[in-house]
Design a protein around this ligand. Sequence first.
Ligand code: ADE
Ligand code: ZN
Length: 326
Amino acid sequence: PSAATAHEPLPKAELHLHIEGTLEPELAFALAARNGVELPYATEDELRRAYSFADLQSFLNLYYALMAVLRTEDDFADLAHAYLARAKEQGVRHAEIFFDPQAHTARGVPIGTVINGLARALDSAPETYGISTRLIMCFLRDESAGSALTTFEAARPYFDRITAVGLDSAEVGHPPSKFKEVFALAREAGLKCVAHAGEEGPPAYVWEALDVLGVDRIDHGVRSLEDERLVARLVADQVPLTVCPLSNVRLRVIDDLADHPLPAMLDAGLLVTVNSDDPAYFGGYADDNFTAVRDALGLDPDTLRTLARNSFRASFLDEATRARYL
Ligand code: ADE
Ligand code: ZN
């Protein structure tokens, strides 16, 4: 067997993945050339050297800047194809994929260009990559509630392609309650709801995501451990937390992977999953995250299998499909 098949990665679902965060330097330069966009980096290596982040905001600055190369339906389709090819190698069988429409519409790229381009690649994913997919439309929490509402209405013609709404970008100072109205409309429209909370923000933001937005999952949520009552609530309701270990280290949410609270979260009875967030920037895709926590935290094979099983339990797949993976 080749090296690639020597360690067959565990079948898993990816539940926390920003498609714009899968833009590798190689594709960024190719799209820049195709679209005549000037990048402020001379080479792929020079760009890669910029991937040293002090916090979430310093990452977001580069993440939004590099999106300038994404302009056409083909660009979004190529981006998603590149991700799906990587995901297949990592044992991903199902991917629930975030996108940030406002980061594109603000640059004059219509929301239909984004969704149609992504959808073209995702439609071929079961056959081409053996991966089922869902799309999650995120609102940028450092933009206004009005902008989120405008975006939500602009996306209405595409709701048959969208499974859930989410909330991302700079967390501190932008509590979930700011988006109460648009999340209520999303629920009325039959969409699922998720929100980034407790990444850099306090446990109070996780409470708000649960009680004000009514989310089905919390993205990150690692700071929940600071609040015992919150942990009890998350355990009692088995609210999934989509944890992203390599992201947490790169964005300095956690000092060292060996100190990651993942084992404590599992011990507490939380429904934890392991995910990659923005893998082009944080040094690893889904199975790379599994391998990294295995090595840094000494997780045994049973625990890794629990994490993989949790990823399907926490997914938005229908009950019958989910059961086939459990
Ligand atoms: N957008 C992309 N990655 C993000 C993260 N880790 N937190 C908040 N917003 C994001
Ligand atoms: Zn994220």
